[in-house]
Design a protein around this ligand. Structure first.
Ligand SMILES: C[S@@+](CC[C@H](N)C(=O)[O-])C[C@H]1O[C@@H](n2cnc3c(N)ncnc32)[C@H](O)[C@@H]1O
Ligand SMILES: Nc1nc2[nH]cc(C(=O)O)c2c(=O)[nH]1
Ligand code: SF4
Ligand SMILES: [Mg+2]
Length: 210
């Protein structure tokens, strides 16, 4: 049982349910190929049926951890930090990003955008989900839009989402991993016909790294 005091600290974003942290290579999107330290925060109730980290969903199974401890550890490894989850915006990211900024880090987020945007970010990867759409205020701030393609309807969804981001936002279609053999040919044809889109692959899965 988590104490009332701990629950209060988590509500304020001074502690966060930490699922895992690892130094690896960013596998996806614009920064693919770049070494980065990943901090995976537990808790998500978006419920994507193909989510590749369903173990992250239940925040209660991930230990509430002081932001100071997370930051001290992360900065031993890298100045490029990726905050992911779960859905990191389930929580108040003000304290975590403020502390990382104080250490001079470049801070990236992987988010569905389904909850209020908190924290200060150097790079926002917005990966919108049909079942819980992003909050309107995140669209103009997204640096990259990364739509997961599970079937052809997702291409229409991708265009609807692209209409809401800024002109500078980089547009990616990323195959849903378990259905990749089916959807990759469709994505390839689509990107050649619509070259403002780019392909993003989960390259870490091909490299066999976290
Ligand atoms: C696990 S999510 C965590 C961050 C946040 N909840 C989100 O969805 O953006 C990290 C990234 O992986 C993508 N993703 C999750 N499951 C996937 C799958 N089976 N195939 C391809 N991409 C996937 C998400 O869309 C997101 O861009
Ligand atoms: N290497 C690596 N790159 C990633 N890019 C986004 C990831 C994520 O799960 O958010 C991820 C991940 O889990 N591993
Ligand atoms: S929003 Fe992200 S973490 Fe949540 S279920 Fe979807 S892919 Fe998984
Ligand atoms: Mg991942």
């Amino acid at each position: 049982m988590i104490s009332f005091e701990t629950r209060e600290l988590v509500d304020k974003g001074i502690m966060l349910p930490l699922m895992e942290e690892f130094y690896t290579i960013q596998g996806e999107g614009y920064h693919k190929g770049t070494a980065a330290y990943f901090i995976r925060i537990g808790g998500c109730d978006v419920g994507c049926h193909w989510c590749d980290v369903k173990e992250s969903w239940d925040a209660d199974i991930h230990p509430p951890t002081h932001v100071g401890e997370i930051v001290e550890n992360a900065t031993k490894y890298s100045k490029t930090i990726v905050i992911t989850g779960g859905e990191p915006l389930t929580w108040d990211m003000t304290e975590l990003t403020g502390s990382l900024k104080n250490k001079g880090c470049d801070i990236h987020i992987e988010t569905s955008g389904a909850y209020d945007l908190t924290g200060t970010w150097d790079w926002i990867c917005l990966s919108p989900k049909k079942i819980k759409l992003p909050k309107p205020e995140i669209y103009p701030l997204a640096n990259e839009l990364k739509v997961i393609v599970f079937n052809k309807h997702d291409l229409k969804f991708a265009e609807e989402q692209a209409a809401r981001v800024s002109d500078e936002c980089i547009l990616y279609l990323q195959p849903e991993w378990s259905n990749r053999d089916k959807v990759i040919p469709m994505i390839v044809d689509y990107v050649m016909a619509n070259p403002r889109w780019k392909v993003s692959l989960q390259t870490h899965k091909y490299l066999n790294i976290p």
